[in-house]
Design a protein around this ligand. Structure first.
Ligand SMILES: [Zn+2]
Length: 325
């Protein structure tokens, strides 16, 4: 487990030993802090025949099967395609499997991630299993967006909150992973260390620079919004569809902070602080708020099959066309 998850580990393992652990658990907290890898480690521990205080033994039959990725008592339910829904057929399939007795003597664990991608039918079909799971069966649901889950699912689980590490712990861990500019990336990823690592691995910082330069050129009228949009979708969306738009969101929020007279320390994009101040200085607060609304609509719609290019074109045209003084 990660160093910032020790208390989660202690609480959960103690609940289990005291026979107080619920059969349905909902792990929730910010994206990029290691909830899923924690859940996998905890699942291994639950299934282990000779668990140690802080980990599974690694040697017993269950642990060996897990290493070979063939432990039938560990069932993972993910969307069949990234970003798509978990379908009712997957849950029906699961229910069929767990109606049979478990293979080992230990627990059987079902991991569902991300739980917010359960569609309505899948959620409904999971309810009864959450209410009355077969003996020794523990369901772990994982989400960054607990409010997107059906209330009936939430109410049948024990909520387990995962906290962000403190800035000090996050930076210490990142320096152990030899991450460059750890200070900056941790800030950009709102304190989530695994998100910070992912960003540096994919050359995210270079891409962010490229898009920010283009963002400034659009404001100065030296780049064409339509050509720019094509570049954003081609280069920008290849890491993760909405990531560049989340960056834009942080630039806009920083501009709002500048216009509200915030101190320079309150700016998240520390490396762009001067440029953002300059961009903000040409605009009035109301038009920046409108821009933020426009962006949030764009982010919401790019989650759907809508035409991404057209949406980004609309956003960049709006940004380029703002009245500047
Ligand atoms: Zn073991």
């Amino acid at each position: 487990m990660f160093p910032w998850q020790i208390s989660n580990w202690q609480n959960l393992t103690k609940s289990y030993q005291d026979n107080r652990l619920a059969h349905g658990l909902l792990f929730y907290g910010t994206a990029g802090i290691g909830k899923k890898s924690f859940a996998i480690e905890f699942a291994h521990w639950l299934m282990c025949e000779q668990p140690l205080v802080d980990r599974s033994c690694g040697n017993c039959k269950s642990c060996q099967l897990i290493k070979a990725e063939s432990n039938p008592d560990f069932i993972k339910i993910y969307p069949e395609e990234d970003g798509k829904a978990i379908k009712v057929d997957q849950i029906r399939d699961l229910i069929g499997k767990i109606s049979l007795t478990s293979h080992g003597d230990g627990s059987r664990v079902i991991l569902i991630s991300p739980a917010d991608s359960l569609n309505i039918n899948a959620s409904n079909s999971l309810l009864k299993t959450l209410e009355e799971p077969p003996a020794n069966t523990i369901l772990i649901l994982i989400t960054d967006k607990p409010s997107k889950l059906m209330a009936t699912i939430r109410s049948r689980t024990q909520l387990v909150r995962f906290e962000l590490p403190t800035e000090e712990h996050g930076l210490k861990w990142l320096s152990e992973q030899n991450i460059d500019k750890s200070d900056l990336v941790l800030k950009l990823c709102a304190g989530a260390p695994l998100a910070a690592v992912a960003m540096t691995e994919d050359d995210g910082l270079l891409l962010r620079d490229k898009l920010f330069n283009n963002w400034q050129e659009l404001a100065h009228g030296t780049a064409d919004p339509l050509e720019s949009a094509a570049m954003w979708v081609k280069d920008g969306f290849k890491i993760k569809a909405n990531l560049p738009l989340n960056w834009v969101s942080s630039w806009i929020l920083d501009m709002i902070r500048c216009l509200q007279g915030g101190h320079i320390d309150s700016i998240a994009n520390v490396d762009y602080a001067q440029s953002l101040q300059k961009l903000a200085g040409q605009l009035d607060l109301k038009s920046v708020y409108n821009l933020l609304d426009r962006l949030n609509d764009t982010i919401r719609l790019t989650d759907t099959p809508a035409n991404q290019l057209m949406l980004v074109e609309g956003l960049l045209l709006h940004w380029a066309g703002l009245k500047r003084n």
